[in-house]
Design a protein around this ligand. Structure first.
Ligand code: PEP
Ligand code: MG
Length: 314
């Protein structure tokens, strides 16, 4: 009957004892956002804007960008939409951004760092997001990828707020997790990118099939960093989401909630299974599963420890 429960789950996200946890979609453009509305998601937790422009030789105009952003805002009118500024470089080079020839592009000028050489690209994008927001009557949250320091977070947030938008950053560099209280003090929210946070914590390329055991999102070291960020968010009363694929694993999603994460965003197809699992357990059980996972030293142990708590309580 578990399969029937998954198929019938229709949201909104909440634990068995009624604690609300928004279950959101990762999208790439208007078409994928409209497709995501067919799943029981309450909004968009990560709009990867760079994916809308991978084929472009020239920077799209503010008008063109605004039209694309508006498609996503309109798909989830009245719902939450988190727009990420361009995460160009490394595995997602953009032709209209001149990327330097780098020996280690994952450690290079990528994500928010492209604003070092191209501040106008970020300014144009924020103008376009503000225009889309005004036209659609939405109030999107806007976040930067690859933030490594509170100063970077502060500089980004100032530009976002100048345009009347809600400012956040991704936590996907271990330094940002370690200084989470100082990062959170600069912004309105954070979202943890577990794909890159795992890659950088474990010093293991997320694209390498040979290193898949190291880049397992159940790595206890990564769970400890997530716990630090969630506790910092709780202390300041600010939302801490997860938008990496860790949020697509039903048991891991419960562990994330137990660690204090307030929203879960992943491939929209994962929403029914995540929502059904979360609805089967209380927040206290999620906390117990999180504590059990944190007490282990390897991913298989973390998964088994959490599963033992969660499965016995469904
Ligand atoms: C992440 O790093 O977890 C993330 C959500 O961003 P991306 O996968 O686009 O790098
Ligand atoms: Mg990332």
């Amino acid at each position: 009957h578990h399969a029937a429960r998954v198929a019938g789950w229709s949201g909104p996200g909440r634990t068995a004892d009624g604690v609300e946890v928004a279950i959101l979609a990762n999208v790439a453009d208007g078409a994928s956002a409209r497709a995501a509305t067919g799943q029981p998601v309450e909004g968009v937790g990560l709009f990867r804007t760079e994916l809308a422009f991978l084929e472009r030789a020239d920077e799209p105009s503010v008008e063109e960008q605004a039209a694309i952003y508006r498609e996503v805002l309109d798909a989830f009118a009245g719902g939450k939409v988190v727009v990420r500024t361009l995460d160009a470089g490394s595995d997602k080079p953009l032709r209209f951004v001149s990327h330097p020839d780098e020996a280690n592009p994952a450690l290079g000028v990528r994500g928010d760092r492209i604003a070092l050489a191209h501040p106008e690209i970020r300014a144009h994008q924020l103008d376009a997001i503000a225009r889309a927001a005004e036209e659609s009557g939405a109030r999107p949250w806007v976040m930067a990828p690859m933030i490594a320091s509170p100063a970077e977070a502060a500089a980004f947030a100032a530009q976002v707020r100048e345009r009347g938008l809600v400012a956040g950053v991704m936590v996907e560099v271990p330094a940002a997790a370690i200084l989470a209280p100082a990062i959170l003090a600069e912004v309105d929210f954070v979202s943890i990118g577990t794909n890159d946070l795992t890659q950088y914590t474990m010093a293991a390329d997320r694209m390498s099939a040979d290193l898949a055991a190291l880049t397992d999102p159940w790595q206890p070291a990564v769970l400890h960093l997530i716990s630090m960020v969630a506790q910092a968010g709780r202390g300041q009363g600010k939302p801490v989401g997860v938008c990496g694929e860790a949020a697509a694993d039903p048991y891991l999603a419960c562990v994330l909630v137990g660690l204090g994460v307030t929203s879960l965003s992943s491939a929209p197809v994962a929403a029914p299974a995540v929502g059904a699992q979360l609805g089967a357990v209380t927040l206290d059980v999620c906390k117990e599963a999180a504590a059990a996972a944190l007490a282990t030293t390897d991913p298989a142990g973390a998964r088994a420890a959490a599963a033992a708590v969660l499965a016995s309580d469904e």
